[in-house]
Design a protein around this ligand. Structure first.
Ligand code: PGA
Length: 253
């Protein structure tokens, strides 16, 4: 049985005071069974040391990005060696906002994923189609190309440290959540891809989480889908409702 996974992607939000308040009033009050649900939150880089020092032990810390380059003369970057050095277990890679605003191609996302895994980080690898692609009937084709670029870089064994996040771009921050059926359809496709391209072990063990306007109102319905193993939550992860989203996963089975 796959353990559910709930990630909170805080994006480029919060002053340090706001992050402290979110940790103290929401995150440190979360109650869930770690045998059933894994929870990780991703603050901005600058807030990470404070968060690590003050977060409850059942919630892990994630980064929102890591570098394609290693330690050295790369002004403005944060390398995986440095992430590892601070014992940060998770990194989100290939988020659509990175792809859209910072030029991250499928190839770059594949390479970043391998570099992070080489340093024993676990990766939430994001994939998802744009609205025009969905309307043109290209959803699975787009996702397959995104997954293929990751596969190209990884050995089979490394997949055990990857969570795939399906995040339709048209659902991110729009309030337009995929229906449970729409999400399940793509999750099943991804699971089929894992089986045919990576193997039965990866098919059965890899968590496929959904992201895109997840809230406390829709989480319980989404989590009922057989191939949906949790969530990557943006806007709602900054609010008290995040506790209800974690609870929806905790109570799902
Ligand atoms: P959202 O963001 O929940 O605000 O739609 C999800 C994400 O971008 O990971």
């Amino acid at each position: 049985m796959r353990r559910y996974f709930v990630g909170g992607n805080w994006k480029c939000n919060n002053t340090i005071a706001q992050t402290q308040s979110l940790i103290n009033t929401v995150i440190n009050k979360l109650v869930f069974d770690v045998n059933k649900v894994e929870v990780a939150v991703a603050p901005i880089f600058l807030h990470v040391p404070w968060v690590q020092a003050n977060i409850q032990k059942n919630v892990q810390v994630a980064l929102q990005n890591s570098s394609l380059t290693k330690v050295g003369a790369y002004t403005g970057e944060i390398s995986v060696e440095q992430v590892k050095d601070l014992a940060i277990p998770w990194v989100i890679l290939g988020h659509s906002e990175r792809r859209q605003y910072y030029g991250e191609t499928n190839e770059i996302v594949g390479k970043k994923t391998r570099i992070a895994l080489d340093y024993q980080l676990s990766v939430m690898a994001c994939v998802g189609e744009k609205l025009a692609e969905r309307e043109a009937g290209q959803t699975t084709q787009v996702i397959q190309a995104q997954l293929d670029a990751i596969k190209k870089e990884l050995t089979t064994a490394l997949w055990s440290k990857v969570v795939v996040a399906y995040e339709p771009v048209w659902a991110i921050g729009t309030g337009r959540t995929a229906t449970p059926e729409q999400a399940q359809e793509v999750h099943a496709f991804i699971r089929g891809w894992l089986k045919s391209q990576i193997g039965t072990q990866a098919e059965q063990a890899t968590r496929i989480i959904y992201g895109g306007s997840v809230t406390e109102k829709n989480a319980a319905d989404l989590i009922k889908q057989p191939d949906l193993d949790g969530f990557l939550v943006g806007g709602a992860a900054l609010k008290p409702g995040f506790a209800d989203i974690v609870a929806a996963a905790n109570d799902a089975r």
